[in-house]
Design a protein around this ligand. Structure first.
Ligand code: ADP
Ligand code: MG
Length: 628
């Protein structure tokens, strides 16, 4: 085996080193290819231009050698000028090509980032609630930001480098070998000296950058969690700010140490390479000079070889570090694919139908349900646990059957943890039942289109979430086309119009993250206003009036009474006044319907409801003042 072939082989090995999780698998490559496919034309265009520009890069040293020969041979001036002019032309063409290829690689890279970003956003949006209850927002957001960016780097940054450098390297070697294979081989003897440590350095650098990425992710998760209004409140109340700061500082300083270490590793690497190439240059001048003196090589060839050699080691440097970059880009791709591979458990059927027109019934038929286990809905890396819990969840609902006739109101009562909220969450398909069926207007919710489901249902919960946006935007979420008059009317019905009118910016007032500038009761009334605005045919209230004091509750109760009139509703309430107004009451216990009937029927039965009624219900002044 010739010397240069050995060098090539070892170089090849550097490029293909596979260690640990950085495996560049066929599938990953195929999928990356899938994302690159729409940019195929530009890619080909780009590759062709890279080849042209590599050829130009090799042409200049060869021409320089010719100038030297022309000088030495005492050729005509016009020949020297002609070659010099050609070198100038090449320089200009090279500049134009550089800009052109950069434009191509940038459009490909940025196009790729756009595709990846929108795909991941779209995918994550469709994940079931169970996914979000498990993942840490910070980890997910960093997946969307830094990993998508990292994946893009593979294209706009590295791909261009690798391709043009490989072409330059090959061409340079070919030309050098054709000028003098002996000198080329000797000059390359030093190559393994550099290639072997480069390999080790590459994996060391990759390990360091992975560690830094982990620390960074933990830090950003910390920050997103701690620096939100509820998180900060918790830290103020129970947190140990000093310990938190110490831990944060420890991670941050580790990131600093890693930064310094990788910078040094890289610099040692680059310096070593520069030295090796300088030594090789000495070899070319020495050996080349020797041959030239002997007369077996012309002086121009020595100059050309020396110039070519400098172009040989430059792409080598780039290629050696490109490997690390490509590998980390591949890791980013894999981390993005990992999220894309999570199949949403709850999906719309291809032939999904709309909820039938008119008043709708809600029906539970022998519903059994367990919250899905972690391994079905999440990723260990997003939950930030080493291993996902794969234990099957215990059944939370057992054989639950009931029916709410169109226009009727059913109240669910029971102790905390009985399964009321779980029942409520099955209607909008936040979760899917394991056995049995939930039907809306007689159609299994699994057969309904998500859009129709959203349009039909309105749900308000105890901790009604508000986005960090204006009152108007928060309301319009329910109905983007609503006019201001409609907004005010909904606010009026939720008894919130006076408050909003008194705010300096009115409807444009920003309600803080999770609506923190509003009190619990005000926030709840705003979510009720949002619900009213949507005019849903089926209303689900999960302790939606829990935060209200009796004055505002009675006001909201009135509004709800109007809003609920003629609508099918499932109401979970802690207040007797709400429960008593229901057409039917279901008593839920340990995930089962244990009693059902009207208030009076159930009281007369003297069972569980009667007991709850005595011990649990907060029979406020309003209830006492009402006749039973
Ligand atoms: N996201 C969840 N994952 C796993 N178990 C849950 C989840 N939410 C609630 N549970 C469990 O389901 C049971 C019923 O809870 P829930 O329906 O919220 O009760 P209720 O609303 O009647 O107070 C409880 O034992 C609770 O611990
Ligand atoms: Mg609940």
């Amino acid at each position: 085996m010739s010397m240069d072939a050995a060098a090539w082989n070892s170089l090849h090995r550097v490029m293909n080193t596979q260690d640990g999780p950085q495996r560049l698998t066929k599938e990953t490559l195929k999928r990356i290819g899938g994302f690159a496919a729409p940019h195929k034309r530009r890619l080909i265009h780009f590759l062709l231009l890279s080849v042209v520009s590599a050829c130009l890069a090799v042409a200049t040293p060869v021409l320089a050698g010719k100038v030297v020969n022309a000088i030495v041979d005492g050729d005509s001036r016009s020949k020297v000028f002609g070659i010099a002019g050609l070198i100038a032309l090449i320089a200009i063409a090279d500049a134009a090509l550089a800009i052109w290829t950069r434009w191509l690689s940038a459009t490909i890279g940025e196009g790729l980032i756009l595709d990846l970003r929108t795909t991941v956003f779209d995918h994550v949006q469709r994940m079931p609630i169970a996914f979000f209850t498990r993942t840490r927002t910070g980890a997910l957001v960093s997946r969307l930001n830094s990993d998508v960016l990292g994946a893009q780097r593979a294209f706009s940054g590295t791909l261009s480098g690798v391709v043009s450098n490989l072409v330059t390297l090959t061409l340079t070697l070919v030309v050098m070998l054709s000028i003098s294979w002996q000198i080329t081989v000797v000059a390359l003897v030093l190559l393994p000296v550099f290639v072997v440590p480069a390999r080790r350095m590459g994996s060391r650098l990759a390990a360091l950058s992975r560690e830094a990425a982990n620390h960074n992710a933990v830090m950003s998760t910390r920050m997103t969690e701690r620096f939100s209004a509820p998180g900060a409140t918790l830290v103020k109340l129970y947190g140990r700010p000093d310990e938190e700061s110490v831990e944060f500082a420890a991670r941050a300083s580790r990131v600093r140490d890693i930064g310094v270490k990788s910078a040094m590793l890289q610099s040692v690497f680059v310096t070593a390479l520069t030295t090796v190439s300088a030594l090789a240059l000495a070899v070319v001048y020495g050996l080349g000079g020797f041959y030239a003196l002997k007369g077996s090589l012309d002086p121009g060839a020595v100059v050309a070889l020396a110039l070519l050699l400098t172009r040989l080691y430059a792409p080598l440097t780039a290629l050696a570090s490109a490997r690390v970059e490509i590998m980390s880009a591949v890791v980013s791709f894999e981390r993005v694919f990992e999220v894309l591979d999570l199949q949403p458990l709850i999906r719309e059927k291809a032939d999904a139908v709309a909820v039938p027109d008119g008043p709708v019934s809600v029906e539970f038929s022998h519903v059994t349900f367990a919250y899905p286990s972690a391994d079905k809905v999440s990723l260990a890396s997003l939950e930030e646990v080493a291993m996902l819990d794969n234990r099957g969840g215990v059944d939370v609902l057992h054989d639950v059957s009931f029916r709410v006739e169109p226009g009727q109101m059913v109240a669910l009562v029971g102790t905390s943890g009985a399964g009321k909220s779980t029942i409520a969450s099955l209607i909008p398909r936040l979760y899917d039942v394991d056995r049995g069926a939930v039907r809306l207007g007689g159609v299994d919710v699994k057969d309904l289109s998500m859009a129709s489901l959203r349009e039909t249902l309105g749900m308000a919960t105890q901790d009604g979430h508000l986005f960090h946006e204006s009152v108007r935007d928060n309301l319009k979420l329910a109905r983007p086309e609503a006019t201001d008059a409609e907004l005010w009317s909904a606010l009026h019905d939720a008894r919130l119009d006076d408050l909003v009118a008194s705010l300096s910016d009115g409807l444009d007032t920003i309600v803080g993250e999770r609506g923190y500038r509003l009190s619990g009761g005000e926030r709840q009334r705003l979510t009720i206003a949002r619900l009213l605005l949507a005019h849903p045919r089926v209303v689900i209230l999960d302790e939606a009036t829990a935060h209200l004091d009796s004055t505002s509750e009675s006001a909201v109760q009135e509004a709800l009474a109007v809003a609920l009139a003629g609508r099918t509703s499932v109401v979970i309430a802690h207040r007797l006044s709400t429960v008593r107004a229901a057409d039917r009451i279901l008593v839920i216990e340990d995930g089962r319907v244990v009693e059902q009937g009207t208030h009076h029927e159930l009281l007369a039965q003297g069972g569980r409801y009667e007991e709850l009624h005595r011990t649990q219900f907060d029979a406020g002044p309003l209830d006492q003042s009402l006749p039973g």
